[in-house]
Every structure is written in structure tokens, then in C-alpha cells.
Design a protein around this ligand. Structure first.
Ligand SMILES: [Zn+2]
Ligand SMILES: [Zn+2]
Length: 125
């Protein structure tokens, strides 16, 4: 058992290459051989970069199996990647998911209440 362990460890050392992440500068070990001719990024940065690429874009996708259209986007407020059946609303160029839009509406209502002299009116929406 001990011998096996050593051999496994040896293999791991041989196949992993230390890279320096071009984005955050962190040392990171990858299982492929780096050729040194391109930029390398650690897993965390790759995730962030992938996520950021999707930001600001609402992708309309047609599901031919379900015969429905859905939307893929990253909400600018909660920063979550969403798949939704609704086209998200854009306010000042920012994409809002349903939850954040509801939250914004609630916050706006609170703000207007604070800033205005109390005028009683019924709110229906
Ligand atoms: Zn990184
Ligand atoms: Zn959101």
C-alpha cells in the first residue's frame, strides 16, 4: 500500500505544472503542460471571466424540444446567471432579474415614501 501511494504521488508531480495566473497572479497547478506561449488563468479567474463575458447580454434561446423560448442572462444586481422564460427588464442599461426588479420596486416605493410629504394614495400594480 505504501509503495502504491508513493507511485501515485510521483505521477501527480510529473503531470502537474505550476502556472502563474495572468489575472490574479496566484500560483496554480494544472494537469497539462504549459507551453509558456499563452496566458494562463486559475480556475477561479476562468469562472469569473466566463461569467463576465455573459454580462450585459440577454441571449434568447429557442428550445426546439419544448417549443419554448427562454432567456439567458446575468443579472447586474445579484450577479447571478439566470435562465428564465421572461425577457429581463433593463433599467439604465442594467439587467434586472425578476427578483431584483421586485426588490428595486419595493425599494423605490420606500424611497418615495421617505422623500415625499405623506400623500395617501392606493398603490395597485
Ligand atoms: Zn487567478
Ligand atoms: Zn438579480
Amino acid at each position: 500500500v505504501k509503495k502504491e501511494m508513493t507511485e501515485k504521488n510521483k505521477k501527480k508531480v510529473l503531470t502537474s505544472t505550476k502556472i502563474n495566473c495572468s489575472r490574479c497572479g496566484k500560483d496554480y497547478y494544472v494537469s497539462f503542460v504549459a507551453d509558456g506561449h499563452r496566458n494562463y488563468f486559475c480556475e477561479d479567474c476562468l469562472k469569473i471571466m466566463h461569467h463576465n463575458r455573459k454580462k450585459g447580454v440577454v441571449k434568447k434561446i429557442f428550445d426546439s424540444q419544448k417549443k419554448t423560448t427562454f432567456f439567458e442572462f446575468v443579472c447586474d444586481v445579484c450577479d447571478n446567471f439566470r435562465k428564465a422564460i421572461y425577457d429581463p427588464q433593463k433599467i439604465n442599461g442594467q439587467i434586472y432579474c425578476k427578483e431584483c426588479l421586485n426588490q428595486k420596486k419595493a425599494d423605490d416605493r420606500k424611497k418615495t415614501r421617505k422623500n415625499t410629504v405623506i400623500i395617501k394614495k392606493s398603490e395597485k400594480d
